[in-house]
Design a protein around this ligand. Structure first.
Ligand code: ATP
Length: 363
């Protein structure tokens, strides 16, 4: 098992800065996801770790050893790509055996290893099949087996499940996580799918515009995002730009409940407003609750008008507006309403002060 350290990595493609001074440490045995929107530099970073791309500046170490100038085959990495990249003219057995033959292992040792890794991915019965005789999920399991056959120090996965349909993808996610835990291999997954990253990872590194925006465990990333970028990229969110109000409350600058009267928020957490002209707080839509009648508190309660609703099975996504200015997004469990609220309907909402989360960064 190996750790990976990326130090001050930058990558220029002509004028385009794909990565800008990226520092990351991926711990031994960890399942780490690089998550971010399209074009943020995830694949570029993975390829630099693998050695397929040189960095413009910075260094990569695997288990303390500087590998910046080593070619991929000397880094002991196993790599799985989005398109599987299986050899179409080779059987499952020969696909998995490929890297071992290159290493000139004995036939007997190759057979033993191939059988062992195919068993790990539950494909031991499929050795003679050709890739086109396999489902997408099975092909991806062959690709994973092939990557594991060479006994890599680290496993690098570039969107390996994105070609699979939603149901198979979920099954493969569970399988991948169980497999990784069984063999304990340090794994880096590139994905733009937040749910995949949240459900699989020990830690997630969120990338945006070539920068690392936050590195944390899934729960922390979701509940305590550091900045607007992470809050908005992971799940849906209401963000308030606030200024300190009266009695420990905060006035949401762009959310007015009546003429010149700001929506008042109360947070259970401290917000350092010293010398700041802008502070951000967030409220997740599923933390908002619906009351039967108008409340009588100044803060953390509001009357809204439904603009539109989306029913998505387990919940309703409701887009609502305040009387004067501003929008709120709320997710209501399917169990709350007999019938979804209609556009124009009035709802009375409230939330707890523990659900108003200050963001550490001002952007
Ligand atoms: P996606 O999720 O769409 O695959 P990504 O986060 O993996 O995106 P990268 O593929 O790493 O993003 O690309 C980061 C940036 O670098 C993008 O702006 C991309 O256009 C640019 N880029 C990547 N490879 C090259 C290249 N070979 N030449 C020029 N620009 C490149």
């Amino acid at each position: 098992m190996m750790s990976i350290t990326v130090k001050e990595i930058s990558k220029q493609f002509g004028d385009n800065t794909a990565l800008n001074q990226v520092d990351l440490t991926i711990k031994e045995g960890e399942f780490f996801s690089l998550l971010g929107p399209s074009g943020c530099g995830k694949t570029t970073l993975l390829n630099i770790i693998a050695g397929f791309l040189p960095a413009t500046t910075g260094s990569v170490s695997i288990n303390g050893k500087d590998v910046t100038n080593l070619p991929p085959y000397q880094r002991k990495i196993g790599m799985v790509f989005q398109n599987y990249a299986l050899f179409p003219h080779l059987s499952v057995f020969d696909n998995v055996a490929y890297g071992l033959k290159v290493k000139k292992m004995s036939k007997k040792a190759i057979k033993k290893k191939v059988e062992e890794v195919l068993k790990l991915v539950h494909l031991e019965e499929f050795t003679k099949r050709m890739p086109h005789q396999l489902s997408g999920g099975q092909q991806q399991r062959v690709a994973i087996a092939r990557a594991l056959a060479i006994e890599p120090s680290v496993l690098l996965l570039d969107e390996p499940l994105s070609n699979l349909d939603a149901k198979l993808r979920k099954e493969m996610q569970t399988e991948l996580r169980l497999l990784q835990q069984r063999i304990g291999i340090t794994t880096v997954l590139v994905t733009h799918d937040q749910e995949e990253a949240l459900s699989l990872s020990d830690r997630i590194g969120v990338l945006g515009d070539g920068h690392v925006k936050q590195v944390d465990a899934p729960l922390t990333i979701y509940r305590q995002p550091k900045n607007r970028f992470v809050a908005e990229f992971i799940g849906q969110v209401n963000i308030f730009e606030v200024e300190a109000g009266m009695d420990g409350t905060f006035a949401a600058k762009h959310h007015k409940v009546a003429k010149n009267q700001a929506l008042l928020l109360e947070s259970a957490y401290d917000l350092d407003t010293n010398n700041e002209d802008k502070s951000l707080m967030m409220l997740r839509p599923e933390r908002i609750q619906v009351a039967g009648a108008k409340g009588n508190k100044e803060s953390n309660e509001v009357e809204v008008t439904v603009v539109h609703t989306n029913y998505i099975g387990d919940s309703l996504r409701v887009h609502a507006s305040l009387a004067e200015q501003g929008d709120l997004l709320l997710h209501i469990s399917d169990t709350v309403f007999e019938e979804p609220p209609q556009p124009g309907e009035t709802l009375y909402l409230y939330w707890n002060s523990t659900d108003i989360i200050p963001l550490a960064d001002k952007e």
